[in-house]
Design a protein around this ligand. Structure first.
Ligand code: 13P
Length: 272
């Protein structure tokens, strides 16, 4: 074994022991994927798996499968949530589901303001803020997604764009409710493209967002709001991304669809 090998092994050991204590929030966003049979197979694989105690593990499946999650995950530590809902109690909103329905099936989280909702379904900041507010009223934790596109990234003012998305997204909730909020930074150019932001890019943006949260909401709460990264996260890059400062966890699309890679990511974040 040469010196480089030895250094690599020592570095891995240090990282593993760091990850054995650091708490992460790991969220899988399945988007519009999977058949009933595939969901059952996935749940059978993860329901008996030991995800450890320190991390929070969440999956957001398509709504028709929530009953399977309720059935199969009831006695496990894996939590689940919805990818979308309509911010009203009930009524004439054809095609939508309410948070009361999500709660009925045991959901604890909701993804809000995902770039796919913003770009494909034209959901604006104002509507996103109503959804965040509605989550809080219904005791569901909103995962507020923010992120710039490639053009904005190149135009340098993307950081101001991200700050505006946060300000608008949180505009209807009070300061004492901020402890229930999660923010996910998902650069649009890295979603489903295989092109991950580098750990340096993630760290720079996360530290900028963290500073904004502290300056804007005060250091006590600003330091605590979980800040996730999302965009082509997979077993092969999650370790380096998790080392980036101010990363509290991940919002994972493609790699959360496969039970094995979802477990592998969780193992890495447990220092296994
Ligand atoms: P991918 O991990 O497939 O890039 O998706 C990221 C995402 O949009 C999660 O919400």
């Amino acid at each position: 074994m040469d010196r480089m090998d030895l250094e690599r092994i020592i570095r891995q050991e240090i990282i593993n022991s760091l990850f054995q204590t650091q708490e992460f929030l790991v969220v899988g966003n399945w988007k519009m994927n999977k058949t009933k049979q595939e969901v059952i197979e996935f749940l059978n694989k993860i329901s008996g798996y030991d995800f450890g105690q320190k991390n929070t593990v969440v999956v957001a499946p398509p709504n028709p499968y929530l009953y399977l999650f309720e059935e199969k995950l009831r006695y496990t530590k894996v939590l689940y949530g919805v990818q979308n809902f309509y911010p009203e109690e009930k009524g004439a909103f054809t095609g939508e589901i309410s948070l009361a329905m999500a709660r009925d099936f045991g959901c604890k989280y909701a993804i809000v303001g995902h770039s796919e909702r913003r770009t494909i379904f034209m959901e604006c900041d104002e509507f996103t803020s109503r959804k965040v507010e509605f989550c809080i009223k219904n005791s569901i934790k909103p995962i507020l997604c923010i992120g710039e596109n490639l053009k904005q990234r190149k135009e340098e003012d993307y950081k101001q764009f991200l700050v505006n998305q946060i300000k608008e997204g949180l505009s209807l909730i009070g300061e004492n409710e901020l402890s229930n909020i999660i923010i996910a930074y998902e650069p649009i150019w890295a979603i489903g493209t295989g092109e991950t932001a580098t750990p340096e890019q993630v760290e720079e943006t996360h530290m900028f967002i963290r500073k904004f949260l502290i300056d804007h909401f005060g250091s006590e709460i600003g330091k605590e709001i979980p800040l996730l990264y999302g965009g082509s996260v997979k077993p092969s890059n999650v370790k380096e991304l998790a080392l980036a400062e101010s990363v509290s966890g991940f919002l994972i699309g493609g790699a959360s669809l496969n039970a094995q890679s979802f477990i592998e990511i969780n193992d890495i974040l447990n220092g296994k």
